[in-house]
Design a protein around this ligand. Structure first.
Ligand code: ATP
Ligand code: MG
Length: 572
């Protein structure tokens, strides 16, 4: 490709509103352009990298025995009504009607459509297992699209769905898919971690996420320094003792002006952990939909809202309003469990606690000497606290937990029959009984991967792609006029004929501009054809980020091709 023909509009300045490096670099280097919030054009350079990413994904899906299909982005509402998600799915589901007033949505995920497809064709256990995937556009009307391709509204996903005759077969295939994912992310040159995950709104049982480790990640993951325990902090369990106090009587004390746990601890001179924080939430979804719950954690802990939602089978737990709190006998800033009227749950770390301090549900007042086992009737305990660095490992009991930031690039679920039953994906088993197929589903954020790879592979000059993923394996830069341009043209044609993915910067630009763009775009192999070198019969060849060496002009093509082959070969 000649640079003069390439549609790669590069920028010298970072785009406005770009917060993370991958967003800045992908825009500046001419890979993407913003159309609207969370909606992007992908330009030729971006398409070339995506093609390499999806090639690896396709190879691994084939190896795992998953067949490629394509399902529609526009989905009829009646499928979603059958699964029950038309009501349940929140505002992320973009709904609209066609000219016949028929309701539709843009697919945020494809369980409904794939179940409908398979249900029509499935008769017998002999057709199982069956696994299908697509690489296609998803739309989710995200509340906070940001970070460029990282959290878009329209984005590219690889989504796979598997159907099995029984649980054992699903479990075996689930393990195969986890291995396929490990291979994919390894082949993409990523440092990643596989973690236990919340099953969220999709439901089901076992679930694992794959996180690319990067500071820009929106997720936090906890992992044990000693064993292989790793989980999203949304469900990670840390072990930590509670400092015990004396088991005195429950009594009210004045705490003027002290509302935050730190202030109360300082004022009463007790360890922060013994000052219980009580927060009120409104549950959305599940059997307790709309109810207000007060949740208690130790003063040095943070409450993890996903855990709280899970404890009540809800989809989400959102902070309650001042009015809602008042309606349940609480007072913001001084909420406590004793006179709270309504659902109440305490973090497990508080179980067996004595001499604790809690809010009195009255202004400027706390209760000391709190002992949940003694002072509450049938107290309910659940794991609510967010795991933090230094906690004990819940699995090996030896190591301590550390926390890292991650970008979720993959997510796999054992679904069971939560979709196949309502969608009636039925088959006749060996014994002639009609049964619902057992399902798994497996997603990869393909466009998010483009950003995640850049987060891990860049330097101060631009993107430093893993060489086999770069949009072009090599670039030729000409320094000087006619003579250099003529030699470069000859080398370029020969490399093209030899099948090398080569970009030739044939623009009439200053060398500095050309070098800057090459570094920004991140081309791994560089060949510089300069007037001065040519006078001595040499060109310069080297790798991005390393010093180039002089090579005799006559060997330029062979040496460049060899370097590309050695350096840019995709790992098998
Ligand atoms: P998140 O927690 O990041 O919102 P999710 O758990 O809702 O993601 P899944 O339903 O598991 O996402 O979707 C499968 C994969 O699709 C995710 O692992 C992620 O890589 C990708 N993905 C999800 N939402 C987005 C988005 N808004 N933009 C880009 N990629 C996304
Ligand atoms: Mg997920």
């Amino acid at each position: 490709m000649r640079f003069t023909r390439l549609f790669a509009p590069t920028l010298r300045e970072d785009p406005a509103q770009a917060e993370v490096i991958s967003h800045k670099l992908l825009v500046r280097a001419g890979y993407i352009r913003r159309v609207a919030s969370g909606i992007y054009d992908i330009l030729p350079l971006g398409m070339r990298v995506l093609a390499k990413i999806t090639q690896i994904i396709r190879e691994e899906m084939a190896r795992a025995g998953v067949q490629e299909i394509q399902m529609p982005i526009v989905q009829p509402a009646d499928l979603w009504m059958r699964s029950g998600r038309w009501e349940k799915y929140g505002p992320e589901l973009l709904r609209f009607t066609d000219r016949h007033e028929q309701p539709f949505c843009l697919g945020p995920t494809h369980e409904e459509v794939v179940c409908d497809l398979v249900a029509r064709e499935l008769r017998s256990y002999k057709q199982l297992p069956l696994a299908l995937y697509q690489i296609h556009t998803k739309f989710r009307d995200e509340i906070r699209p940001r970070f460029g391709l990282m959290r878009g509204r329209e984005f590219l996903m690889k989504d796979a769905y598997s159907f099995h005759a029984d649980e054992d077969d699903l479990r075996a295939f689930y393990a195969t898919m986890r291995k396929a994912y490990q291979r994919i992310f390894t082949r993409l040159g990523l440092v990643f971690r596989e973690v236990e995950a919340d099953t969220g709104a999709i439901g089901g049982r076992a679930s694992h996420e794959f996180h690319v480790l990067a500071e820009a990640g929106e997720d936090r993951i906890a992992y044990c320094r000693a064993c292989d325990y790793a989980a999203n902090v949304e469900l990670a369990e840390g072990v930590r003792d509670l400092p015990q106090g004396e088991d005195g009587p429950l009594r009210e004390v004045a705490t003027p002006g002290a509302s935050a746990a730190q202030d109360v601890a300082a004022f009463l001179d007790v360890p922060l952990a013994r000052v219980v924080k009580t927060l009120a939430f409104r549950l959305r979804g599940g059997p307790r939909d709309g109810e207000i719950v007060a949740a208690c954690v130790a003063g040095d802990d943070e409450l993890q809202p996903v855990k709280l939602a899970r404890a009540f089978g809800a989809d989400e737990a959102m902070l309650a309003s001042e009015e809602e709190i008042a309606a349940h006998g609480g007072l913001v800033g001084f909420v406590g469990p004793i006179s709270w009227k309504g659902l109440l749950v305490l973090d497990r770390r508080l179980q067996g606690g004595k001499g604790l301090v809690v809010g009195a549900n009255r202004k400027d007042a706390h209760l000391v000497g709190f002992n949940p086992a003694r002072d509450l009737q049938d107290p309910r305990f659940a794991d609510l606290r967010e795991a933090r660095a230094g906690d004990g490992c819940p699995r090996c009991g030896q190591g301590t937990l550390a926390i890292q930031r991650g970008i979720e690039v993959g997510h796999v679920f054992e679904l069971g029959d939560v979709y196949s039953r309502p969608m009636e994906v039925m088959f006749q088993d060996r014994e002639g009984n009609r049964r619902a197929a057992i399902m798994g589903c497996y997603g990869i954020g393909v466009s998010r991967l483009l950003a995640a790879i850049v987060e891990q592979h860049h330097d101060e000059h631009g993107i430093a792609w893993p060489a086999h993923l770069a949009p072009f394996a090599m670039e030729i830069i000409t320094v000087g006029k006619d003579g250099a341009q003529k030699e470069a043209a000859r080398i370029y044609e020969e490399l093209l004929a030899a099948g090398v993915e080569v970009l030739w910067d044939d623009r009439d630009e200053r060398p500095g501009v050309k070098f800057k763009d090459m570094e920004l775009i991140g081309i791994p192999v560089q060949l510089v054809v300069g007037e001065r070198g040519l006078a001595r019969g040499v060109v310069e060849l080297g790798l991005r980020g390393e010093t180039r060496e002089e090579v005799p002009l006559g060997e330029a093509v062979v040496r460049a091709k060899a370097l590309v082959e050695a350096h840019c070969r995709p790992p098998a």
